[in-house]
Design a protein around this ligand. Structure first.
Ligand code: DUR
Ligand code: ZN
Length: 134
């Protein structure tokens, strides 16, 4: 799938965003290496911090379906610049994405900024940091 097509899928799911509080709608489309597509939108809550971002919804849908092997993700919002994923989403991405997985940040003007996981969250805290000397 071309990255522009993945952005279109993110735009489609963005319409499902549940955002009565911020009115800020985000869509994400996640593609596995075997070509499976998982989409997500942000889902807010009256208890604001309980909100889940579009990126994490897409990732958690994939993980709950047993899919772990990711190729790329597109994220879109109505922003001036291509929408940057928040810090929490970057950390969740780094848990499941190899360093070369591509993140396509986009906006409704069709601007696209592609970066790798390594570029999006360098020096990230990882499972390997939890290992203690025995
Ligand atoms: O990359 C982002 C940035 C923000 N949001 C959501 C969280 C909240 O619902 C709203 C405003 O922060 O946008 C996302 O889904 N993804
Ligand atoms: Zn986020």
């Amino acid at each position: 799938m071309k990255k522009e097509q993945l952005v279109k899928e993110a735009e489609k799911i963005r319409k499902q965003a549940y955002t009565p509080y911020s009115k800020f709608k985000v869509g994400a489309a996640l593609l596995t290496k075997e070509g499976k597509l998982f989409t997500g939108c942000n889902i807010e809550n009256a208890a604001y911090p309980v909100t889940c971002c579009a990126e994490r919804v897409a990732i958690f849908k994939a993980i709950s379906d047993g899919c772990y092997d990711f190729k790329e993700i597109a994220v879109v919002a109505d922003t001036e610049r291509p929408v940057p994923p928040c810090g929490s989403c970057r950390q969740v991405m780094s848990e499941f994405f190899d360093q070369d997985v591509e993140i396509h940040a986009s906006n409704l003007k069709g601007e696209l900024k592609t970066m790798t996981m390594q570029e999006l969250l360098p020096f990230s805290f990882a499972a390997s940091d939890l290992k203690e000397d025995s």
